[in-house]
Write a protein that binds this ligand. Structure first.
Ligand code: PGA
Length: 257
């Protein structure tokens, strides 16, 4: 059984003080959630405040949106894995399409980051997904396969077992246009097949694959009801603590059948 994992990717939103009031509301709404793993992923500047509020929560963990592939040194503006670990960060988003498209991150850089995260015992949320042009050209499987093989190069079964994969079709991110449950399930099943090729069926059966791209309260349950969708990476709809709590609850209901 794969434990569902629902994550809130705030992107460049919410200050440290806004984080405090968000988490007070969210933790009250969510209560003693134990069947679902929840990850709050604020901007770097709010990690410290968030870690103070989440330290007593059994279900809600802290994640970061990015990190450097380097351990330390002359990299102005960058944040290392060790810096995140010290703030009780457990997860780190790597290879998000905004990092790939707007900040020039290549498969090779993302692979280096995955290795650096593993070395620091951070669990990666490794994002893959095709653009609209790639989907229209019939290249979905080729793109996913390339991103998975290149991103996971040099990683063993144990390392891959720790990873959460997020399937985020680029055309669905922030556009209000989500993949249909059938489209998402098809891509997730393909990703699991690739993982089996790379790391064996046993690992593939245990790796959790999140869907991301315009997940909201009205569509979370039907997406999460698909057999290979083990969670969601939620952007825009996670900025409201009550909406995000509702998404977590509908995930629990969907997975309980
Ligand atoms: P969205 O973002 O929910 O706003 O589409 C998802 C993401 O980019 O992780």
């Amino acid at each position: 059984m794969r434990k569902p994992i629902i994550a809130a990717n705030w992107k460049m939103n919410l200050t440290s003080s806004e984080t405090e009031s968000y988490l007070k509301t969210f933790l009250l709404e969510i209560g003693d959630e134990i069947d679902t793993e929840i990850v709050i992923i604020p901007p770097f500047t709010a990690l410290f405040k968030a870690s103070e509020h989440l330290s007593a929560s059994a279900s809600t963990k802290l994640g970061a949106q990015n990190m450097s592939q380097h351990r330390s040194g002359a990299f102005t503006g960058e944040i290392s894995a060790a810096m995140l670990r010290e703030l009780f960060v457990r997860y780190v988003v790597l290879g998000h399409s905004e990092r790939r498209q707007l900040f020039g991150e290549t498969d090779e850089i993302i692979n280096q980051k995955l290795h650096a995260a593993h070395d620091a015992t951070l669990k990666p949320i490794f994002c893959v997904g095709e653009t609209l042009a790639e989907r229209d050209a019939g290249q979905v499987e080729a793109v996913l396969s390339r991103q998975l093989h290149a991103g996971l190069a040099g990683m063993g079964e144990k390392e891959i077992h720790e990873i959460v994969v997020a399937y985020e079709p680029v055309w669905a991110i922030g556009t209000g246009r989500n993949a249909t449950p059938a489209q998402a399930q098809e891509a997730h099943a393909f990703i699991r097949k690739q993982l089996a090729e790379i790391a064996g069926q046993n690992v593939a059966d245990r790796v959790r694959i999140q869907y991301g791209g315009s997940v909201k309260t009205s569509n979370a349950a039907e997406l999460l009801a698909q057999p290979d969708i083990d969670g969601a990476l939620v952007g825009g709809a996670s900025l409201d603590p009550r909406d995000f709590a509702e998404i977590v609850k509908s995930a629990r209901a969907a997975k309980a059948g």
